[in-house]
Design a protein around this ligand. Structure first.
Ligand code: KE4
Length: 429
């Protein structure tokens, strides 16, 4: 595969940008190759600067549930841009998108738009602390909620991918107020939350973990989490930056029938432009300035361009049958993957829910951070490179999710399955 142009651009990028990338996991360090630079993408096909094309299972880490450059999203952006991209003042599109988000997720009585998932989660825990007057935040090992100081404790995604224990630069005083406990462990959860000395303001959880690879909550985990936090007056925050509008129109909270107090959103609601959001119970959200004393602000929050892209995307996913079709396609694909995996003696666990999935190179089931960390990242690196050479674009990390979109048709998926089988044949265990 010709990669001269990417190589040149990567060398140039490293002169000016740390690691040559604007987000660490894109550097592909854990999969043993240099990053390819992308020229364009349409539907489920991504094209690099050397003209190589790939079937894309990253989807920009989740936003591209419609596929890239969806005509309705592109048209909405083009039309809106002609009238200006950001006013720093309210516009009608913010109201329209807020109504649509709250209609899709009834637990959101009020919602505030921000510019990233990180802004959403950091704001949500600030509001929870302001509302309860308490300090401690409980998260789960391997979950990733963005790069705000409070979350860089046993975090997933790029933090575990790069083997960074936490992050220098985060003061001990901050870390002390974040407790990280094992995902899916109800006994430790109950013991921790019932410890009144801990002064817990909130629990934040990925209702389906996507940042240690895909890990699905065990049947009673979310229900027990909800029961305990309700009983103990602890704010329950669902970080649905990945799962929101991915697992159902109403996200994981709809799919599992568990209602949080606050929800964080991102990715899909921006239609590929920078949008995050946090929202939930009015009595909590009324703490947010200017109604309340908890301050949060943003120059570009609710800008018309990003709102228009998000609106266009949500209008498409709102159409009858969208999720049923995606579910059916994903279930078929998952079934075919399971058949391929079964043909080989390579230790492999394939976790999937809806259109998000991860192929772990490990023997035992992956149900939490500890079991995910047993995965053979070297083997994943081989798999990644073989798939790339075969024209399939995967996340450059064992600890991320792969995503299907509405743009992946049967032909693309059959090709991806063929490349998967030929890649497995070449793996050296
Ligand atoms: P952003 O600040 O990257 O928009 O969102 C942070 C975030 C919050 N919560 C969850 C559950 C998330 O998955 C994320 C970000 N996801 C990663 C990929 N797993 C973004 C990719 C990257 O860091 O380059």
């Amino acid at each position: 595969m010709k990669t001269d142009r990417s190589a040149y651009l990567f060398a140039q990028a490293q002169k000016f940008i740390p690691g040559g990338v604007n987000s660490p996991v894109r550097a592909c360090r854990s999969v043993g190759c240099d990053p390819l630079f992308i020229k364009k993408a349409a539907g489920c096909i991504i094209t690099d600067v050397d003209g190589n094309t790939f079937i894309d299972f990253v989807g920009s880490w989740g936003p591209m549930i419609l596929g890239h450059a969806h005509p309705e999203v592109v048209e909405a952006i083009q039309k809106t841009a002609l009238d200006g991209t950001s006013f720093g003042a309210p516009c009608s599109l913010e109201v329209e998108l807020a109504e649509m988000v709250c209609a899709a997720m009834p637990s959101l009585q009020k919602v505030r738009f921000v510019n990233s998932g990180t802004e959403a989660t950091m704001s949500a825990i600030r509001v929870a602390r302001g509302y309860t007057g308490k300090k401690k935040v409980v998260k789960f090992d391997g979950c990733y909620h963005g790069h705000a100081d409070s979350f860089l404790v046993k975090a997933g995604s790029g933090v575990i991918t790069l083997g960074i224990p936490g992050s220098p630069g985060v003061p001990e005083e901050i870390v002390r107020n974040t407790l990280s406990i094992p995902y899916n462990d109800i006994a430790i959860l109950e013991h921790t939350l019932r410890d009144a000395s801990l002064d817990i303001a909130c629990v934040i959880v990925e209702p389906v973990a996507g940042n240690m690879g895909v890990v699905v909550p065990e049947i009673n985990f979310l229900r027990k989490l909800r029961a305990l936090t309700s009983e103990l007056g602890i704010v329950l925050i669902f970080d649905e930056v990945i799962t929101g509008f991915r697992l159902a129109l109403g996200g994981a909270q709809e799919r599992f029938g568990v209602t949080p107090d606050l929800t964080c959103l991102g990715k899909i609601i921006g239609g590929g432009l920078p949008v995050g959001a946090y929202g939930g119970k009015a009595e909590i959200m009324d703490m947010v300035a200017p109604d309340g004393p908890v301050y949060q602000a943003g120059t570009l929050s609710g800008n018309p361009l990003a709102m228009a892209a998000g609106l266009a995307m949500l209008k498409v996913v709102n159409r009858p049958g969208f999720y049923a079709d995606l579910e059916e396609k994903s279930a078929w694909f998952g079934g075919e993957m399971a058949k391929i995996v079964a043909k080989f003696s390579i230790p492999t666990v394939f976790n999937r829910i809806g259109s998000m999935m991860t192929c772990f190179f490990v023997k035992e089931p992956v149900t939490d951070f500890e079991s995910a960390m047993r995965a053979d990242t070297g083997l994943y690196g081989q798999y990644y490179r073989q798939m790339l050479a075969g024209g399939v674009w995967l996340a450059p990390s064992q600890f991320e999710a792969a995503f299907l979109s509405a743009a992946h048709d049967r032909e693309h998926l059959e090709k991806a399955l063929m490349v998967t089988e030929s890649s497995f044949k070449k793996l050296i265990v």
